[in-house]
Design a protein around this ligand. Structure first.
Ligand SMILES: Cc1cc2nc3c(=O)[nH]c(=O)nc-3n(C[C@H](O)[C@H](O)[C@H](O)COP(=O)(O)OP(=O)(O)OC[C@H]3O[C@@H](n4cnc5c(N)ncnc54)[C@H](O)[C@@H]3O)c2cc1C
Length: 493
């Protein structure tokens, strides 16, 4: 029984591919499954499955301390955890106002928990507006829509399409809530397109007193400047007015090339295409261009590489071939050269996001665009010299500059470079080696991704840092929304 259960969980964690090009991967799946089935019989005592035994002793007191009844919170990768006194999920604005007005201690708004930094953890109250979800209204004359802040990005596309609209861009997953995405300046790729907060035309939030505050470019303009990228430090965002565009279809083209070829063409491709990014597979010498443009073509789907499967395979190859980096490179590059171009045409909101079921921790820095390629080369060299364990692709994206106070893209055309480490493995040595290169090239860290920068190191990157701090102080003088990380960031005792 136990064996069966473990096997089911393991196989669900793997995504099977029918792609002819993924024969190697399919064999790998078979092997993984056999390993999983065999491993189940050697399940260690105290593993996560140990509690499945139904022979528990149910006699005795049902009293447990309230601390024992608390539910631990953790982020997507498991790198951030806390044990909050309370978890609140109001269903209405009124309930939310009451919770905030009467809260004792710190209140931290949470979205989908997809940030890697310490923005959310608190021992006091974690508050989610996930029940406040959906499109509230739209204006067909200017393609705007008011959306509840707890709406998952993946749940926005469908309802918007029904009224003829679509979001201008999206990140590479769509699990984030709208408020969470704004909190950390979440972005997609596109040299001519800003991060998601640049699409925001108005924000409603509940401040520390429980009052509702509306802001836009004309009304409470400074608060609007601060609130578009807010780290969850100004209050709880409840509604967002988004500038959208008429709904559209995207043609996505993925093609594999040598990394030398990619680096030579990346800048030109970023300028020539609406959404361009590239990925590099470490220790392979190969990567792929990922290009999207608006099209009138009918929906079409070529056989698609499953990126989760790909990550599992890269991990297995790393494990099997760690004794020979040259053989690893040969096998990877030989295989990747055989992969056909992949073309998909779909509604925009269905084409941006991928599934990321293989969990990782991530560092992403936003660099001045002109420094990006050189920084990439140095990061690649450091990783391939010292970190043969790394198998996740590097991701390189382009983002347009903006005018938002706490945006890492403030007044700067940007190339973003991301490196990842499998969630079970210690990410610190890798990120410690990569971060100095990001810093040397004047990078600004993604607010939601792992970095070690202190307030003193961040402040020079943000000319409106003090203005943001005074808006924060004005809206939340007692620091109700500050957890230990934010207190350090904003020098609050
Ligand atoms: C697999 C994966 C893929 C990712 N891909 C991308 C990508 O393509 N591009 C990119 O830029 N980033 C990406 N990220 C990072 C992610 O987009 C950001 O960390 C984002 O902020 C997460 O949103 P969330 O809803 O999970 O918010 P959380 O991580 O829960 O919270 C983020 C911040 O928003 C605040 N917040 C949440 N809700 C509210 C609210 N109602 N009011 C006020 N503040 C609030 C929180 O307090 C916190 O400060 C990715 C992360 C993962 C794990």
């Amino acid at each position: 029984m136990l064996t069966k259960y473990k096997y089911r969980v393991h196989s669900e964690a793997l995504s099977y591919s029918n792609n002819k090009n993924m024969l190697m991967i399919t064999r790998r799946n078979l092997l993984s499954s056999l390993v999983a089935a065999a491993g189940a019989s050697t399940l260690p005592a105290g593993s996560v499955f140990a509690g499945q035994n139904t022979g528990q002793n149910l006699t005795g007191s049902s009293e447990t301390s309230s601390k024992n009844r608390r539910i631990p919170w953790r982020n997507w990768s498991g790198s951030q955890t806390c044990f909050p006194q309370a978890r609140k999920a109001p269903g209405t604005l009124g309930e939310l106002q009451d919770i905030i007005a009467s809260a004792k201690g710190c209140v931290r708004p949470v979205g989908s928990g997809h940030s890697f930094t310490s923005l959310v953890p608190t021992e006091d109250t974690i508050l989610s507006v996930s029940r406040m979800s959906g499109v509230v209204s739209h204006d067909a004359s200017n393609n705007t829509a008011v959306i509840q802040a707890g709406t998952r990005l993946g749940d926005i596309g469908g309802p918007l399409a029904e009224v003829g609209q679509a979001m201008i861009n999206m990140p590479d997953i769509d699990e984030q809530t709208l408020a969470g995405a704004l909190g950390t300046a979440t972005h997609g790729t596109g040299a001519g397109i800003g991060c998601l907060p640049t699409f925001v035309e108005g924000i409603q939030l509940v401040t520390a007193t429980g009052d509702v505050l509306e802001c836009d470019r004309y009304q409470n303009a400074d608060i609007f400047n601060a609130a578009r990228v807010n780290l969850g430090a100004l209050g709880v965002v409840t509604q967002v007015k988004l500038q959208n565009m008429p709904k559209y279809r995207l043609k996505r083209e993925i093609s594999w090339h040598s990394i030398e070829d990619i680096l030579e063409n990346a800048e030109a491709l970023a300028d020539a295409n609406r959404n361009y990014e590239f990925y590099y597979i470490p220790f392979s010498g190969m990567g792929f261009h990922d290009i999207q443009n608006i099209t009138e073509d009918p929906a079409a789907k070529s056989e698609k590489l499953d990126q989760n499967d790909g990550a599992e395979t890269l991990k297995d190859l790393r494990d099997w071939l760690s004794w020979s980096p040259k053989l690893r490179q040969l096998i990877l590059s030989t295989y990747m050269k055989t992969i056909d171009k992949e073309v998909t045409v779909a509604n925009s909101w269905q084409n941006y996001a991928s599934e990321r079921n293989v969990r990782f921790n991530e560092m992403e820095y936003h660099l001045p665009r002109e420094n990006g390629i050189q920084a990439f080369k140095e990061i690649r060299a450091v990783v391939e010299k010292n970190f043969s364990e790394v198998f996740f692709p590097f991701e390189v994206r382009f983002i347009q500059s903006d005018d938002i106070w706490m945006s890492p893209f403030y007044q700067r055309e940007t190339m973003s470079i991301a490196v990842h480490r499998f969630f079970e493995e210690d990410y610190k040595p890798l990120f410690k080696a990569v971060e100095p290169i990001m810093k040397k090239y004047n990078g600004r860290p993604h607010w939601g991704k792992i970095n070690t920068l202190t307030a003193d190191q961040l402040q020079p990157h943000y000319q409106h840092w003090n203005a943001f701090k005074s808006i924060r102080q004005q809206l939340d003088p007692t620091g109700k929304f500050l957890n230990p990380y934010l207190k350090t960031l904003f020098n609050v005792a």
